[in-house]
Design a protein around this ligand. Structure first.
Ligand code: 1HE
Length: 268
């Protein structure tokens, strides 16, 4: 893998910035099952702060080894013996990283394998598209570990699956996988083979959209969800005013009008 030239050398992430604007970002602590220590979160903040200004057209987020992410680095947490205020600040850095992802405007496609647990599910839920494979499983083992979610699960995971299911996962350690996980909303896709391969196909398709459209899709929808319906409708009209009149879209309108553009059909 090649390191994106404008980034410092990351210790915990591998970044492969492809010439087509599709980046692959790999959590790179497989010996620790990609558990999220403070250093990894700082690297995620750096990366996802800069990516929108570096012409990334889509980012595939994956984990090295068999497991996407084992959540909070429990050993670091034990060793640091943090005060409540210190851990609050840790959580605020997680929020910084995950908000940069969700609101940054670059489509993020998470290719999930193995454990997507605790903070790993919080990370995955900040991606715009999640692809699971037959090895992927989702859990919130906070209850069993003597913890509570701190990386945004109360917002994002409950948005995906509903508060009652999330509470059940946290209380009982219930694990979801396969089609059931997709049906519940934990992932949008279940690949038969490698989730990374399917994530690449999705990234290629998504990267064909105009960047301004993708920016709006991958930031405005989330922002509008935080607004009143009245304000969201107003903001939507403003965003649509900018996006739907972008000069680059004209050739797409022309292609539709002169019948050279593909038509929308159901998959055979
Ligand atoms: C870790 C971590 C970790 C593995 N922090 N070091 N997260 C959890 O409760 C999940 C904890 N992890 C596991 O349940 C399992 O490790 C896995 C199912 C992910 C993988 O199992 P396995 O058998 O492949 O690996 P392993 O033998 O358990 O672990 C291999 C190494 O990874 C080992 O280190 P080693 O130095 O002894 O070789 C483990 O200690 C290390 N490792 N997971 C630190 N999480 C903002 S609040 C968020 C709250 C949460 O995230 S709660 C969920 C915490």
């Amino acid at each position: 893998m090649t390191q994106a030239p404008l980034f410092p050398t990351f210790e915990n992430l591998a970044v492969d910035a492809g010439p087509d604007g599709i980046w692959t970002v790999t959590l790179n602590r497989p010996a620790k099952r990609n558990a999220l220590n403070e250093a990894t979160i700082e690297e995620l903040i750096t990366l996802f702060s800069q990516a929108p200004r570096m012409e990334a057209r889509a980012i595939i987020l994956t984990g090295a080894g068999d497991h996407f992410c084992a959540g909070l680095d429990l050993v670091e947490h034990r060793d640091r013996d943090r005060s409540p205020a210190e851990f609050m600040h840790v959580c605020l850095r997680w929020h910084e990283a995950f908000n940069k992802m969700e609101y940054g405007g670059v489509p993020i496609i998470a290719a999930l394998t193995g454990a997507v647990v605790g903070g790993g599910l919080e990370l995955a839920s900040a991606a715009h598209i999640r692809v699971a494979d037959p090895s992927t499983y989702f859990a919130l083992p906070e209850g069993q570990r003597g913890l509570f979610t701190g990386g945004g699960a109360t917002i994002r995971v409950s948005d995906l699956i509903g508060k009652d299911r999330m509470i059940d996962m946290m209380l009982t350690g219930r694990v979801y996988q396969g089609q059931e996980a997709v049906d519940l909303g934990l992932a949008q896709y279940l690949s038969e083979g490698s989730s990374l391969d399917q994530a690449r196909e999705i990234a290629q398709r998504v990267a064909q959209n105009l960047p301004l459209s993708n920016f709006a899709i991958c930031s405005a929808v989330s922002h509008m969800q935080n607004m009143s319906a009245l304000d969201a409708a107003y903001a939507e009209s403003v965003v649509a005013g900018v996006v739907n009149t972008q000069p680059l879209a004209r050739e797409r309108f022309n292609a539709f009008a002169n019948k050279s553009a593909s038509r929308i059909r159901p998959t055979p």
